[in-house]
Ligand binder design. Structure first.
Ligand code: AMP
Length: 279
């Protein structure tokens, strides 16, 4: 595996890959865990070569403290990637991705109007900035993203089509710890008490699936919010039931064919997100 730490090193390594073969790409912010590796495994199974980027993208952080404390573990990350059959690990500097400030504003089709969008202003535009720059540099045929960030994959699918990138976006399922907590780089920032409390989130999301059989959407949200917040370590920021295709919140079950529940919950100062398919 080649570790490219500059754009120049990456371009050299990328040119050395056979031209006719299919390139799979897994963009990450590092602090890798099995959830990331599951995306890598999907890519290795489907593509002849796999490239993983490790880049903590400043333009998608709207909270400077979150950016400053984001875990960085490059050496351990590279060891994991090497074992997983990756061809190139691309860990660029900020100047390689943003030689000049990126002022582009993307059409996200309104898919950023709910969920994380209003709570993290500029976040999804920052995601679009970094993902398009990485697509332009890496030039993959397939790119792999996790359903852990349900809204993010939908938005990436949208602008990939909208901008005519000849790239297939592959959506991969959420990988969880044995206790149900969605694997996340941010989990390492939890105190032991918070880590013990955090699996409560997924337990409550599973209850939402049951509640949906007898309650209205508003009742489900109220019940699940109450149950999460009953744990003193946790504080719900939002829970929404949305149309899984348009990402619009629903008022009645008949508003959508496919329904997803998504949420953000604080174990302060750490913010955890999760989601589950309701139907
Ligand atoms: P991040 O490093 O957090 O930007 O995540 C990089 C990619 O890994 C994104 O596509 C995430 O959705 C995905 N990912 C993160 N955690 C998980 C998980 N627990 N299961 C599946 N995919 C994940």
């Amino acid at each position: 595996m080649i570790v490219a730490k500059t754009l120049e090193e990456f371009i050299q390594a990328r040119q050395a890959l056979p031209h006719q073969e299919s390139i799979g790409f897994v963009p990450t912010m590092g602090a890798l865990h099995q959830g990331h590796i599951s995306l890598v495994e999907h890519s290795v199974a489907k593509c002849s070569h796999t490239i993983v980027s490790i880049f903590v993208n400043p333009t998608q952080f709207n909270n400077p403290q979150d950016l400053a404390t984001y875990p960085r573990t490059l050496e351990a990350d590279c060891a994991l990637l090497e074992k997983s059959g990756v061809d190139i690990a691309f860990a660029p500097r900020v100047i390689d991705i943003y030689p000049t400030p990126d002022n582009r504003v993307f059409d996200l089709g309104g898919l950023d109007s709910y969920g994380e969008g209003p709570r993290r202003p500029g976040h999804f535009n920052g995601v679009a900035q970094v993902v398009t720059r990485l697509f332009d540099i890496v030039k993959p045929q397939h790119a792999f993203f996790g359903e852990k960030d349900f809204q993010q994959v939908a938005i990436i699918k949208y602008f990939t089509r909208n901008l005519n990138y000849p790239i297939e976006i592959v959506q991969c399922p959420i990988l969880r710890e044995d206790d149900g907590l969605a694997k996340s780089s941010r989990n390492t920032l939890l105190t032991p008490a918070q880590r013990e409390a955090a699996p409560h989130i997924y337990k409550c999301l599973k209850k939402a699936v049951e509640y949906a059989a007898t309650m209205s959407p508003a009742e489900v949200i109220a019940a699940v919010t109450g149950e999460i917040d009953a744990n003193p370590e946790l504080e719900t920021e939002y829970i929404e039931l949305v149309d899984a295709d348009t990402l619009r919140p629903i008022a009645a079950w008949s508003d959508a064919e496919n329904v997803q529940l998504w949420c953000a919950v604080y174990a302060r100062p750490v913010r955890l997100i999760d989601n589950i398919k309701i139907r």
